[in-house]
Design a binder for this molecule. Structure first.
Ligand code: SF4
Length: 300
């Protein structure tokens, strides 16, 4: 790396660190991998490296007093409106085909494993010809939260697991910031096989693969779905509405409430968006808690 490039990288690190610490609690900081250590360029003044910021903790994320947290009132209003919407939606609508057809399995883990064995050899669309592995999904069969992305990428295709690599590490940190481990949620994608060159899913592929997702949902029965990224949200919700407008509102997949936020890969490219993403996941956490309080019998 040239001296100029090293200098730009250091200044970039410093600006990112400053932006990330602008929030009231400085709590939404999902630290990246440590910045590469670079030697200061010879005979050139070098900006001081920013000190390492602490990783987010749940206590950071939940200030003691609402007065300390300007976002708390907004979050409370969101949850109240969302719960009202969920109540009226469920009274008026029916579950999607495939979600209502069976009683909850007595042993969701076994049912999910049986479904995995069924899906692994799937050749229902053309992606079967180019994939290395079917990425079925991972996590708890009793998860209250299901994370849904659009499709596996290169690393996921190679490893057969969803959200691995840098995006996956960031997702793990985002979940940890609201007190969740990856094995407490379920993480999957709308498509189980990688589209070539990570292109967007095509409608026939979504049509072919969606029954797998519905059967996963029928087994897991999460309280809430969180779509990561524009493509996942637009595809699942069958809409062309922008992610900007989809965020901060509750939507529905059948009778399951759906929220949408940024894809971790986008956050890696645009660290300034982490502030909005942090607000999204705090609203998601608050809505999860309200749904659990309204239906305490549905334990994970
Ligand atoms: S993307 Fe879905 S429908 Fe297509 S081959 Fe893979 S598992 Fe089957």
């Amino acid at each position: 790396m040239s001296d100029a490039a090293q200098y730009r990288a250091l200044v970039g690190d410093l600006l990112t660190w400053l932006r990330q610490n602008e929030t009231p609690q400085g709590a939404w900081y999902w630290d990246e991998d440590p910045a590469p250590v670079v030697e200061p360029p010879a005979k050139e003044a070098v900006a001081p490296k920013a000190p390492a910021a602490p990783a987010a903790t749940v206590s950071d994320a939940a200030p003691d007093s609402p007065d300390d947290d300007p976002f708390a009132a907004e979050c409370e209003a969101f949850v109240a409106a969302a719960m009202e919407r969920i109540g009226s939606h469920r009274a008026e609508s029916e579950a999607l085909p495939g979600l209502e057809e069976t009683a909850p399995p007595a042993d969701p883990a076994s049912a999910l494993d049986a479904l995995r064995q069924e899906v692994l050899p799937c050749i229902a669309c053309g992606l079967a010809e180019t994939r290395k592995n079917v990425v079925f999904g991972s996590g708890s069969a009793r998860a209250e939260l299901m994370i849904v992305g659009e499709a596996p990428g290169r690393d996921e295709d190679i490893q057969g697991q969803p959200f691995v690599g840098r995006s996956g590490q960031l997702l793990t940190k985002i979940l940890a910031a609201i007190g969740l481990r990856r094995d407490e949620v379920y993480i999957g994608n709308i498509l189980k096989c990688r589209p070539p060159d990570n292109r967007d899913p095509l409608p026939p592929e979504v049509l072919a693969c969606e029954p797998h997702l519905r059967r996963q949902l029928a087994i897991i029965r999460p309280r809430l779905i969180c779509c990561l990224g524009r493509v996942a949200a637009q595809t699942l919700l069958r809409t062309s509405t922008s992610l900007t407008r989809l965020r901060g509102e509750v939507h529905f997949y059948g009778d399951i409430p759906v929220l949408a936020t940024f894809h971790p890969a986008y956050l890696l490219r645009n660290p300034a968006a982490k502030r909005d993403a942090w607000n999204d996941v705090r609203m998601m956490k608050a809505l999860m808690e309200a749904l659990a309080a309204a239906d305490p019998g549905r334990g994970a």
